[in-house]
Design a protein around this ligand. Structure first.
Ligand SMILES: NC(=O)c1ccc[n+]([C@@H]2O[C@H](COP(=O)([O-])OP(=O)(O)OC[C@H]3O[C@@H](n4cnc5c(N)ncnc54)[C@H](O)[C@@H]3O)[C@@H](O)[C@H]2O)c1
Length: 326
């Protein structure tokens, strides 16, 4: 397999693929970045090894990485390419034309792009059926999910190859049904950020407090269950009751922001049915206990975790603080 572009995302993909035992050929157009690629990857592998997150020795993993001087050399005889160059439509169009010309016809050509759909950079290629987006979280060795976004011309075989490769390297493959701008990761992130900017603009909350609220509140829970399962387990009566009680409130909040997308009864029913089918127990109380066990396990892990990005907060009003009197 090959990785083209060895910046932040390309180097991280090299770490993921080579750590999982894959031989990776690499092409990077900037000579100084190209020369530094092996050292960059080695540094990350050492960090992961030190943290106990890498099975093999870093040198053994690095031995599976071949940095090439030309694109043609990197693409020689590969069955899968993970393009990870800068987010520029013209650059991707030109590169996919070259990759389509230089690879065997059965090779799958995947782009890491965050925002550009495959139909924008591959529609005119003879080999367009093997082109698609495989959008990672950043960095993929920690956020172990990637969105597979096919164009309407992408073949089922290409989707299956990408899916199976990701599963084999321990990245959860999330296959979208069709192209949508922003894919799903960034549409969800965008929905949260849109509201966050409005709340800060309107003076409702400070910038620092908003980050804390998401990091230690929503984010803490989302690290063990997703938002649908959260709603199922937060409300007695589950998602159907949640939809009845909270649905109209969220619909009003949407209208306040100029969005008219109320949750339909049909969608709530579908979500409730599918979430319940995924949960381990038929009984709601028992699932809530499992959630609490998961949160307890997480709290234990985090007890000894010192986040280097978080400064200890001083009390805002020390003199006004309540002091117990004997
Ligand atoms: N950074 C993120 O959070 C993130 C997350 C997911 C996906 N992505 C996507 O991954 C891709 C890469 O992003 P990044 O953050 O790693 O950017 P980056 O700027 O760190 O790296 C891009 C690399 O591509 C190289 N390059 C440019 N043109 C090239 C060419 N024709 N051939 C070979 N190499 C070339 C550059 O020299 C650079 O080293 C983008 O499409 C981006 O949208 C980024």
């Amino acid at each position: 397999m090959a990785v083209v572009g060895a910046g932040s995302i390309g180097a991280a993909w090299i770490v993921v693929f080579a750590s999982a035992g894959r031989h990776v050929r690499v092409y990077e157009s900037n000579p100084s970045t190209r020369d530094a690629t092996r050292a960059t990857v080695h540094g990350k592998l050492v960090e992961l090894k030190t943290a106990g997150l890498l099975d093999d020795e870093p040198e053994a993993v690095l031995a599976r990485v071949l940095v090439c001087e030309t694109l043609a050399e990197a693409l020689h005889d590969v069955v899968y390419v993970q393009e990870s160059v800068i987010e520029d439509l013209e650059v991707k169009v030109a590169l996919f034309r070259e990759m389509d010309r230089l690879t065997e016809p059965h090779a799958v050509l995947a782009s890491s792009t965050s925002t550009i759909v495959a139909s924008a950079f591959a529609a005119d290629l003879p080999g367009r059926a093997r082109c698609l987006v495989v959008h990672p979280g950043n960095p993929p060795y920690f956020l172990r999910v990637a969105e597979i976004v096919p164009a309407d011309f992408t073949s089922a075989e290409a989707i299956a190859v990408a899916h199976d490769l990701l599963a084999e390297v321990d990245i959860a493959p999330i296959v979208l049904d069709h192209e949508v701008e922003g894919f799903v990761f960034n549409r969800l992130q965008g929905a949260l950020l849109r509201e966050a900017y409005c709340l800060v603009r309107d003076g409702v909350i400070s910038v620092a407090d908003l980050d804390v609220l998401v990091r230690d509140g929503l984010g803490r829970r989302w690290s063990v269950i997703g938002p649908f399962t959260t709603s199922e387990l937060n409300t007695r009566g589950g998602l159907r009751r949640h939809g009845e009680v909270i649905g109209p409130v969220y619909a009003r909040l949407g209208l306040e922001r100029g969005q008219e997308n109320p949750w339909t009864a049909e969608t709530i029913e579908r979500v409730a049915t599918e979430v319940q089918a995924q949960l381990p127990h038929p009984d709601w109380e028992e699932n809530v206990r499992e959630r609490d066990r998961a949160m307890t396990n997480l709290a234990v892990l985090l007890k000894s975790f010192e986040n280097p990005l978080v400064r200890r907060r001083e009390p805002a009003h020390p003199r006004a603080s309540v002091v117990d009197k004997p």
